[in-house]
Design a binder for this molecule. Structure first.
Ligand SMILES: *[C@@H]1O[C@H](CO)[C@@H](O)[C@H](O)[C@H]1NC(C)=O
Ligand SMILES: *[C@@H]1O[C@H](CO)[C@@H](O)[C@H](O)[C@H]1NC(C)=O
Length: 254
């Protein structure tokens, strides 16, 4: 009798949770996510039961976020169990034949593909692919026990008939990096496109007051909801931290 209740007590004690700090959700991206740009990162926290730290910075690409040490800062800060949402593409395209713009990636998606570009003083710079920069960040975060989520870039306000136009190449690259590193992928482009197509072009036009890339507050909230929809439809561990507001976001799985 004594022995069995002692055992039960001992088992209960040992199964108490360790007082681990709640995980944090970090976000790395560009102006379409950044708080300063009114991006969707400011609207994600209301749909999660974890706190969100939005480290997106306007104008950045996978390359410039890397070269400026911003991934290194994030990797140093992220603890085991923290989530890191990584979404780039808007600023990663080729700068053309002029001087390097500090943010274009090497053309193509091979991890080892490089290009040589020249800065305005004529100095040669070797640049790497989108996949190289993202894969390195993902693997370093995984080494710390953090949980990266690779998300594809948001669509611009561009339509082909009643549909959002086809994605730029960085959407497929994001899917490929996620596959190659075995991390969760959210096809944010397609989930936002689904939401925009349900809402319709005339209303979606009002979400883009300044240009075809940057959303209004109402638009950014739709973009955040579409990310949550993608999470709920995927296999990321973050989906167990979606709160009741998040579970109520519109639309279905792709
Ligand atoms: C990239 O290059 C390194 C060094 O040459 C090599 O070990 C690695 O296998 C290459 N990776 C891919 C994906 O080709
Ligand atoms: C990534 O996956 C693609 C197929 O999706 C494959 O062609 C490519 O070689 C892989 N790259 C690396 C670096 O493993």
């Amino acid at each position: 009798m004594f022995t069995s209740s002692f055992l039960a007590l001992a088992l209960a004690f040992y199964s108490l949770p360790q007082h681990a700090a709640a995980a944090t959700v970090y976000m790395a991206g560009d102006s379409t996510m950044a708080t300063s740009g009114g991006g969707w990162g400011s609207y994600l926290g209301q749909y999660l039961s974890l706190s969100v730290v939005n480290n997106a910075v306007a104008g950045r690409s996978a390359r410039s976020y890397t070269d400026e040490g911003r991934f290194t800062t994030l990797i140093n800060k992220a603890a085991s169990g923290d989530f890191v949402i990584i979404e780039f593409g808007h600023n990663d395209g080729s700068a053309g034949s002029g001087a390097d713009n500090g943010r274009q990636d090497a053309y193509s998606d091979g991890y080892n593909d490089t290009n040589v570009v020249y800065d305005s003083s004529g100095k040669a710079i070797t640049i790497h692919s989108f996949n190289y920069y993202i894969e390195n960040a993902v693997r370093s975060l995984q080494d710390k026990g953090a949980i990266p989520i690779v998300s594809s870039q948001t669509p611009n306000n561009g339509w082909t008939g009643n549909s959002i136009s086809d994605p730029p190449r960085f959407v497929a690259y994001a899917a490929e990096v996620a596959g190659n590193t075995s991390v969760a992928y959210v096809d944010h482009y397609r989930y936002v496109a689904q939401a925009y197509e349900a809402i319709g072009e005339s209303t979606v036009n009002t979400y883009f007051p300044n240009d075809h890339t940057h959303t209004s507050a109402a638009g950014a909230n739709v973009v955040a909801q579409a990310f949550v929809r993608g999470l709920l439809c995927g296999d990321s561990q973050l989906k167990s931290h979606v709160n009741s507001a998040g579970k109520g976001v519109p639309n279905g799985c792709l």
